[in-house]
Write a protein that binds this ligand. Structure first.
Ligand SMILES: C[S@@+](CC[C@H](N)C(=O)[O-])C[C@H]1O[C@@H](n2cnc3c(N)ncnc32)[C@H](O)[C@@H]1O
Length: 207
């Protein structure tokens, strides 16, 4: 945990400990029930830096966006584990989710967007949300929301609106990708992109 960047009060520390929240420094320290987070962290670090030493301290100082990050108010499998792991290792993390973040998480993160993301994406204004003003991101991450293992609530909402997941994913990829720095990397539900020459290139797919 990077104490300098994220000074936490004793009360926050106690809350985190009581809720089993730890800040792993490498893949082996990932807590139980953190699903594929450790694996995805490794993929992103490898893509961004070309390193394979599994040391999460490489996140220090990076600007990260986590879309459909999860929330403590959600079920155990939908906690903001990726965002906590990055923020706990010194990254500046902005999270978006339809559910609000609990107070200690909200303080740990550098920005919190609470609300449905379907409408802003369909209206083409996701990247214009006020919380993103003046920000760009080194890494953008979204797991468990679309494509590979989609969130059931999310898929049902798209179905009810008559929107195909593929078309929505394309819009989200384009709009989120516009906030990526040069050479930045984006993992969106099993698809990995890199910004090369100001264009988003699909570099790998995991589904
Ligand atoms: C399965 S969880 C994934 C959590 C985390 N990213 C992970 O990989 O463990 C999906 C998240 O998407 C959020 N979500 C569902 N529908 C949404 C919507 N319309 N807008 C924003 N977030 C939504 C849920 O609240 C939930 O936290």
């Amino acid at each position: 945990m990077n104490e300098r960047r994220h000074p936490m009060s004793d009360a926050d520390r106690k809350w985190m400990r009581r809720n089993g929240i730890t800040f792993p420094h490498n893949w082996k320290e990932m807590p139980p029930r953190s699903g594929s987070t450790g694996y995805i962290v490794d993929i992103l670090l490898y893509e961004f830096f070309g390193i394979t030493d599994l040391d999460f301290s490489h996140f220090d100082g990076l600007q990260i966006l986590d879309i459909g990050a999860g929330s403590h108010l959600n079920r155990a499998q939908a906690q903001p584990t990726f965002a906590r792991t990055c923020a706990g290792n010194g990254a500046r993390v902005v999270v978006t989710d339809i559910l609000p973040q609990s107070e200690p998480d909200a303080r740990l993160f550098d920005g919190v967007v609470t609300g449905d993301l379907i409408t802003p994406v369909l209206q083409g204004r996701f990247a214009q949300l006020p919380e993103f003003a003046g920000r760009t991101f080194d890494i953008i991450h979204s797991s468990g929301l679309i494509n590979f293992i989609p969130d059931p609530m999310f898929s049902n909402t798209l179905d009810a609106l008559g929107i195909k997941e593929d078309s929505f994913a394309r819009l989200l990829t384009e709009q989120a990708g516009s906030m990526l720095v040069k050479n930045g990397v984006m993992y969106l539900g099993g698809y990995l992109y890199r910004k090369i020459d100001n264009e988003l290139k699909l570099t790998k797919s995991f589904d």
